[in-house]
Each structure stands twice: as C-alpha cells, then as structure tokens.
Design a protein around this ligand. Structure first.
Ligand SMILES: NC(=O)c1ccc[n+]([C@@H]2O[C@H](COP(=O)([O-])OP(=O)(O)OC[C@H]3O[C@@H](n4cnc5c(N)ncnc54)[C@H](O)[C@@H]3O)[C@@H](O)[C@H]2O)c1
Length: 318
C-alpha cells in the first residue's frame, strides 16, 4: 500500500477520528482547522485516545500508538497543509454554505500551489455532493466519503461520486479505504439520505409508529432490534438473511412476498418526527438513560463497538 499524504480539513469529532484511522495505516496525516482553539485541543485528545486504545488492545493497524501519534501533524495554514497532499478528507460542519465555501477555498488553494492531483472526499452526511462540487475545477477529483460515527469502530463508508467524478477516482478512494480496514460501498447514483440513512429512516419511522400508536413501549421497540434483527445483521445483511430463511431468495419471495406486501401497504403513511410529537418517546428513553448521562452512555457504546470489532476480527469475518 503506497503511503499517502492525507490532509483532514476540520478537527472536530469526525476529523480527529479520520486522522487516527489514516495514521493507523501508516499514512502521513495533517490535521487542519480554521479555528485555532479547535486545533489546540486535538493533539492531547488524539494522544490520549490512541494510548488508551493501545492499553486496551483495541489499537488499529500494525504501528504502536507512539508511531501513529508521530505521523499526525497539526496545521492552521491551509496552503502549507495542502502542499504535496495526495488525499484530502473534508470534515467541516454540516451546512451547505460552509461546505461550498470550504470546497471553493480548497479549489483555489490547490490551484495556487499547483496541486492538480489531490483527491478530495467530503464527510457530509446529508448534502448531495453535486450541490457543492459540480462547478469546481476539481470536480473530477471530488466525491462524498461518508463515514459512520465512530468510524474507528464502525467500518462502513459510503462513497458517492457525482456525474462529474472520474471513475478512477472513485476506484482509488474505495481501495484507499479498504486498505485502512474500512468497508467502503459505492452508490451508483446520488440519492437523498445516501444508503445508510435511507434504511435508518425507514426503521425510525416504524419505531415512531409502533410507540406513538401505543403498540410497544420504547424499551420493547428497541429490543426488537437489539435482540431480534441486530444479532444477525452484525454478520449477514437483510438480503442474505432472507436467502438463509428459505431455500434461497426466490423461494423466500414465493413464500413471504405476499405477506411482506400486505404489511408494507399499512406502512405508507410517513410520520413527521417533530419535537412536540417526540415527548413520550423522550420521557421513556430518559427513564432508562437521563440526558445528563449521555457522555457516559456514548463511551459505553463505543467500548461495546470496540469489543464487537475485536470479536469479529477473531472470528476472521472483519
Ligand atoms: N458526528 C457524526 O456523527 C458524523 C458522522 C458522519 C459524518 N459526519 C459529518 O462529518 C462532518 C463533520 O462533523 P463533526 O461532527 O466532526 O463536526 P464538528 O462540529 O465536531 O467539527 C467541525 C470542525 O470543523 C471546523 N471548521 C469549521 N469551519 C471550518 C473551515 N472553514 N475550515 C476548516 N475547519 C473548519 C470546526 O472548528 C470544527 O473543529 C459533517 O459534515 C458531518 O455531517 C458526522
């Protein structure tokens, strides 16, 4: 695997996580932020995080934490950060005007330093890439590269090229991410919500219906996933699950297709998830975990995800 010079734009939650991931594979990483106070906090956070992951046996890659820490440098000058960059991962706030501004700044800065090769990925979760990439000189080298939080433990990455993206760029990004140990997927079309959120929103809509129609408590609704669907989905997706639940997928459709359709036509009314309508779900959720305890619960979730990753690795399926 060739060593890349990777520049991360934005040193928030996702930027720091990407920095650690790229360093885990031995790449040179430059973490850039336009806000000095955001960047100042990053070295200590990353150093402590990588050392703690190493102590728990959860560090990714073959290098030690000290070696990985040494690969990451911190920059507050954009052009200096971009010199010799081969891959750029943008991680700035999820607002179209910010993404547009950052991509225009990158386009200009790369042209000024004569870097017409660097490939640029955006971490956007919701903004259609054509909206901020389509008019730029660097559009052929730009794609959305959407991670799932926390990317250090959740490996899916959605790659969404625009119609202008050079297919060799999409292929390069896919390989780069696979070499990091992530699980990239490529969407052949831009679609609102990309893939993961389209599936997630369908699930959330049904959970909303089941609880707000008084069919299930919040605890029982979440248990449908944690103890019913999710254990299988950790290893095999819904389509392969269906294949295994009959004598192949065609047989599954013959056996269950009508029943699935009859249920699905009762799910066509789309609920609007509003703050006012969310009070009962919020009340029940906070009975279990008050909002004041969310940081501790997030740490617990991440620890479990790390353990799951180790377990899957030991099984040889990661
Ligand atoms: N947090 C998540 O769960 C998650 C998951 C997947 C994707 N994403 C996406 O990743 C991106 C970043 O999200 P985040 O949660 O890390 O946000 P964040 O608010 O934690 O971090 C954003 C960082 O960008 C910096 N910044 C702002 N304007 C900048 C500019 N012009 N140039 C350089 N840096 C700038 C800020 O100082 C901050 O450090 C968003 O597009 C988000 O949708 C987030």
């Amino acid at each position: 695997m060739p060593t890349e010079t990777v520049v991360i734009i934005g040193s928030g939650i996702v930027g720091k996580s990407w920095a650690m991931l790229f360093a885990s594979a031995g790449h040179q990483v430059r973490l850039y932020d336009s806000f000095p106070q955001a960047l100042e906090a990053a070295p200590q956070f990353i150093t402590e995080k990588l050392k703690s992951l190493e102590a728990k046996g959860q560090l990714r890659g073959k290098l030690s934490a000290v070696e990985q820490i040494a690969l990451i440098t911190y920059k507050n000058d954009l052009k200096e950060a971009l010199k010799g960059a081969t891959y750029i991962q943008e991680c700035t706030p999820e607002r179209l005007e910010i993404k547009s501004g950052v991509f225009q700044d990158l386009n200009k800065a790369l042209a000024e330093i004569g870097n017409d090769k660097a490939i640029i990925g955006s971490s956007t979760s919701t903004i259609m890439p054509s909206k901020f990439i389509a008019d730029l000189d660097m559009r052929k080298r730009s794609v959305v590269v959407h991670p799932v939080n926390p990317p250090y433990f959740v490996r899916l990455v959605e790659i969404i090229p625009t119609p202008s993206t050079d297919p060799t760029v999409t292929a390069y990004v896919r390989q780069l991410l696979a070499d990091l140990g992530q699980k990239p997927i490529v969407m052949n079309k831009e679609l609102p919500g990309f893939a993961l959120n389209r599936v997630q929103y369908a699930i959330l809509n049904e959970m909303w219906r089941l609880v707000n129609d008084g069919v299930l408590s919040v605890e029982d609704a979440d248990t449908v996933m944690t103890e019913g669907l999710a254990p299988r989905y950790c290893f095999i997706g819904p389509l392969e699950t269906a294949q295994l639940n009959a004598e192949g997928f065609v047989d599954y459709c013959e056996r269950y297709g009508d029943a699935i359709y009859d249920v699905s036509v009762t799910q066509t009314e789309i609920p609007k998830m509003t703050a006012d309508g969310s009070k009962e779900i919020d009340r029940q959720l906070q009975e279990k975990v008050p909002n004041s305890e969310l940081p501790a619960r997030r740490a617990w979730r991440d620890e479990n995800l790390a353990q799951l990753a180790v377990f899957k690795k030991n099984l040889g399926i990661l």
